[in-house]
Ligand binder design. Structure first.
Ligand code: HEM
Length: 397
């Protein structure tokens, strides 16, 4: 019995041992799975971390590149601003001319150029040298900007078109000007400046119109002169202004008041003390070759002739609204309304306007301006600037 009971206990022990073992094994299996899971989890985390790190490094690299680019941009802009500042300082520090400029036009060219004259006639070469030094010192950068002959005039003008004096003239002109009076005022400009003859070196924008108002070609111009006289008296009370400057600025104001381009006008023209030679303005009966030749003697090209004739869009010659400055002059020229029999249409335009359509070179410009008003405005601006500088003698500013 004792043996049986001993054997029974052993079997129970074995069983319990087996169960403990199995339990242990199960626990280890679970643990193993957990460890494996843990290992795999850690691996995944590490992979994620690695990717994250790579992403971060890539981002950082990109930002570094961008930062360098931004810095380069900032430094480039800084340099540009510095250059601009130096440029401005150079042009401001340079003394304005102490000599007088006389705009003339070279014979072989349709472009004006600046020659310098000593008014008294003595010491001309000294003045010329001083002027050349001035021109070289002050306008070399400006030369890059202006391919135009009147660079010295513009260089001086740039300093004056924003000056108090310029603003004062503009303000007083605005007070006396209206759209209805604009045509007459603009016509004054051509009748003062249009006497310029570069071969004879006479006439030009010099205010001599005040002595020429009784000439037949100037009929009707006393009225606009009277209007401007009122404004000039007001300006003179503050700072005397020449008639030439007054008329040049007033013409530009007339254009802009009627919706045309804004034209900056440099100041400093001297007035003549006597009338210009007679018979220098083109007659309205001239044909296209005659008009072209007449303008050429004033240093104005065929393109200038066509663009400036566009001034006839103002006034009563039938080219659209008489108080609106636009390209209707060219549009109507292309329709040749004067070829219609009878009626108002047949009255449109002066013989000189009609003549322009007979010339192929003129017709090309007329067509361009009829199609493109901005081009007309730009070319009118440039031609007007030439006109108001032609033959002008300049005082020191
Ligand atoms: C191409 C050569 C030119 C000739 C033959 C010419 C001739 C004339 C004539 C005969 C008149 C009519 C005047 C009147 O109504 O009694 C006139 C008007 C006018 N001209 Fe010219 N002109 C020419 C160029 C210019 C230029 C270059 C300008 C200005 C840049 C100009 C501006 C004017 C204006 C604005 C009127 C209208 C005046 C008004 O209605 O009160 N002309 N022109």
């Amino acid at each position: 019995m004792a043996l049986i009971s001993e054997g029974g206990r052993e079997r129970r022990d074995e069983k319990e041992e087996k169960e403990r073992y199995e339990e242990e094994e199960r626990k280890q299996r679970v643990m193993g799975v957990q460890i494996m899971a843990l290992i795999s989890e850690r691996g995944k985390e590490r992979r994620d971390e690695k990717e994250e790190k790579e992403r971060y490094e890539e981002e950082e690299r990109k930002q570094r590149v961008m930062g360098v680019q931004i810095m380069a941009l900032i430094s480039e802009r800084g340099k540009e601003r510095q250059d601009e500042k130096e440029e401005k300082e150079r042009s401001q520090c340079s003394p304005l001319p102490t000599v007088e400029f006389h705009a003339t036009t070279p014979r072989a060219s349709t472009h004006n150029h600046i020659s310098i004259e000593n008014e008294s006639g003595s010491g001309a070469s000294t003045s010329r040298r001083r002027a050349l030094v001035f021109v070289a010192a002050t306008t070399t950068p400006l030369l890059l900007l202006f391919n135009h002959e009147a660079f010295a005039v513009k260089a001086a003008g740039l300093a004056t078109t924003t000056s108090e004096n310029y603003m004062l003239i503009k303000e007083e002109v605005k007070k006396v000007l209206s759209k209805a009076k604009a045509a007459g005022v603009l016509r004054l400009v051509f009748h003062d400046a249009g006497t310029f003859d570069m071969d004879e070196n006479s006439g030009g924008m010099n205010g001599s119109i005040v002595y020429e108002l009784d000439r037949p070609e100037n009929a009707g111009l006393k009225k606009p002169m009277k209007i401007l006289e009122k404004a000039k008296t007001e300006v003179d009370a503050v700072k005397p202004v020449s008639w030439a400057d007054m008329i040049a600025v007033a013409g530009a104001e007339a254009v802009s008041l009627c919706g045309g381009p804004t034209i900056p006008v440099p100041l400093g023209r001297l007035d003549s003390m006597e009338p210009d030679p007679e018979g220098k303005l083109p007659q309205e009966s001239l044909d296209a070759p005659g008009l072209k030749q007449s303008f050429q003697r004033k240093g104005l090209s065929t393109q200038d002739l066509v663009a400036l004739s566009g001034a006839h869009t103002l006034g009563s010659k039938g080219f659209g609204n008489p108080t609106v400055f636009d390209n209707s002059y060219f549009k109507i020229l292309l329709q040749k309304p004067w070829t219609s029999s009878g009626g108002m249409a047949s009255m449109i335009g002066l013989p000189s306007d009609r003549a322009l359509t007979d010339d192929n070179e003129c017709l090309r410009w007329i067509t361009k301006y009829a199609e493109n008003q901005s081009m007309f405005f730009e070319d009118f601006k440039n031609a007007y600037t030439k006109l108001v500088n032609s033959g002008a003698k300049w005082k020191s500013v």
